[in-house]
Write a protein that binds this ligand. Sequence first.
Ligand SMILES: O=C(COP(=O)(O)O)[C@@H](O)[C@H](O)[C@H](O)COP(=O)(O)O
Length: 281
Amino acid sequence: MDAYQNVGIKRRLRRFFRRDGRALIFAMDHGFEHGPTDFEEHWKHVNPRIIIKKVMRAGIDGVMMLPGLARIAGNDVKPDRGLMIKLTSKTNLRPKDDQLLQSQLGYVEDAIKLGADAIAATVYWGSPQEDVMMRQFAEIASYAHDLGFPVVQFAYPRGPYINEKYGKKEDYRVVMYGARAAVESGADMIKTYWTGSRETFAKVVDAAAGVPVLLSGGAKTENPVDFLKVVYDVVEAGGAGAVVGRNIFQRENPEPLIKALIRIIHRNEEPEEAAKAEGLL
Ligand SMILES: O=C(COP(=O)(O)O)[C@@H](O)[C@H](O)[C@H](O)COP(=O)(O)O
């Protein structure tokens, strides 16, 4: 028999992942991490209740938010979809030297009170502050697991040594190192960067040894098909889907893009085919 908390972890993960083991999750932490200017393209989306209603209608599998935003809009996330609460963050206002640290801004209890189905935290692997984020993650994961909650790691390699040795943080060797570090530190789901090709992303997936790896969306692409192609390659590489912010909320009407992403992630449709079906081409 499973321990009680293992049942809780499995049940809660199912609110994000469909039977195919894949998920499309909407990210809405940009007002804090990047600043409200991220919403200026479509200013009404700065209101989480407006954009979350749109993504729900389009069929998104889950939503990720910081605790205070979940207080405002968590209830708009339908009960059969996953609510992920992230407990660490940083503002863009910090001095440059402190940008490589994510600080804890809430507690596991807060996420539980808010109805979370999963609890997330970032680790910048390779940062001079890596030790602080490892400890934060360990404390959050240990407590959340005890209470039956899955833990998501935003496993982002970032730091001076990485740039020196690998040239860029998206080099697959360092992305797969971050994914592996996430697995070995106890993550149940991993969010990380695109490595630029299907072949290299497949190595990241292998390094994660069965823990689902989701793409971190990145900046909005002018042509939506370009983004669909990346997500297609992610799932072809064995990735478990995507966590997407700007490519959704920086479009006035994000519903066709979300529906096209769902076709790719859950129905294995090709990018152009999915784009045509949703009127994007
Ligand atoms: O991880 C984040 C920020 O990463 P960043 O420091 O901008 O590389 C989150 O703010 C976002 O949730 C994540 O980037 C997903 O949103 P998009 O990249 O798709 O906008």
